[in-house]
Ligand binder design. Structure first.
Ligand code: ACO
Length: 327
């Protein structure tokens, strides 16, 4: 038994900031950012929230799939930047969509989150627990960004992407996933609820410290990504006895153009098989893979029968790859 994606959707906030806008906040330049990252522009929330973007992306995916909200059995939202802790973002999405029959929960695996959400939904569908799943990656990273830190604020953006999944008649593929908590210090963000409220007064200024925004050892993350992503792709191909020539495209987490280029080179695959949209959206963490997938679908670039590799990597550290056949 296999799974298929039967609809995709995305939501990008209309408000955008180009590199020159960032250069007004920190000492940087359009040229530096383009050259080191490939990012030209990123979109940021104004009225939107992580939940509202997730709901819009989810609604579009259901419309594209031609599936009613009431048919959805599972809603899974991957996010590190939800505007709500309770109820979970997935329950909020359920309420907005009227998906009254769905079981809902959130998942936090940073930029690997959509991939792990896809794998989790696939396992439920394949085992017969659920028939229809809505998996969403939604992020408001602009709320978690230290806008005075030029090493990180140039990278990130906001948005949401979604996929509707069902059981299908095609092939079952084993995913490959890894985590390495020992190296987690490379990319961190402290919760503002990190102290007991019983232990006394807290200076509100403390919550504006850099540890309460994303902090990253950029070079460590870069080295990790260019080594581990090609390895995961090789592993997933090997595990499923699929040859690189059979793969139509590799949809990688959109972190940095140089990372994508390095992965293509290590895999000895043409860069044309690695679509990118990070120039327009920056790194949207768990939303980047479904946003890119949806764009490719809307542009008619994903053909029926195409074999696609999804590959995610990020904080944790965590990384992995999965293969799917486009139905
Ligand atoms: N503008 C201008 N100069 C800058 C900027 C900036 N925005 N940021 C850093 N610099 C300077 C540094 O201070 C340094 O100056 P120095 O040589 O005088 O000390 C110089 O540029 C080079 O800095 P590096 O850190 O070596 O720059 P690098 O080429 O490594 O690029 C970058 C930095 C873009 C962050 C890179 O390391 C990278 O992309 N890493 C991966 C980041 C990533 O993708 N993270 C997300 C993955 S996981 C997830 O998605 C959550």
């Amino acid at each position: 038994m296999a799974v298929i994606i039967c609809g995709t959707g995305s939501y990008i906030p209309p408000c955008s900031m180009d590199n020159n806008d960032i250069a007004k906040l920190v000492e940087t330049s359009d040229e530096w950012i383009r050259e080191r990252t490939g990012v030209v522009r990123r979109h940021v929330i104004r009225e939107e929230t992580t939940v509202s973007m997730a709901a819009r992306a989810g609604r579009r995916a259901l419309e594209q799939a031609g599936i009613e909200a009431g048919e959805v059995d599972l809603i899974l939202v991957s996010t590190i930047s939800s505007n709500v802790i309770l109820p979970c973002a997935a329950c909020e999405v359920q309420r907005e969509l009227g998906a009254v029959n769905a079981t809902c929960f959130d998942l936090n695996a940073a930029c690997t989150g959509f991939l792990l959400g896809y794998n989790t939904a696939a396992a439920y569908l394949e085992s017969g627990v659920y028939n229809t799943a809505l998996v969403i990656g939604s992020e408001s990273l602009s709320n978690l960004t230290n806008w005075s830190d030029r090493t990180t604020c140039i990278l990130f953006g906001d948005g949401a992407g979604a996929a509707v999944m069902q059981k299908g008649g095609g092939r079952h593929y084993l995913p490959v996933t890894h985590s390495n908590g020992a190296k987690g210090g490379a990319l961190t963000l402290k919760s503002r609820h990190d102290q007991s409220v019983l232990t006394g007064e807290r200076d509100p200024e403390e919550l504006l410290g850099p540890e309460y925004f994303m902090q990253m050892d950029g070079q460590a993350v870069f080295k990790f990504a260019v080594r581990s992503v090609p390895q995961a792709v090789e592993e997933v191909l090997e595990a499923n006895q699929v040859k690189k020539e059979e793969i139509s495209c590799y949809i990688l987490h959109q972190a940095n153009r140089r990372i994508v280029e390095a992965v293509a080179k290590r895999l000895e695959e043409p860069l044309e098989k690695f679509p990118m949209n990070l120039q327009e959206y920056g790194n949207t963490s768990s939303a980047s893979i479904p946003i890119l997938l949806d764009e490719l679908v809307q542009q008619g670039k994903v053909k029926r029968g195409a074999k696609i590799v999804l590959a995610g990597f990020g904080a944790g550290l965590s990384w992995g790859a999965s293969i799917l056949d486009w139905a």
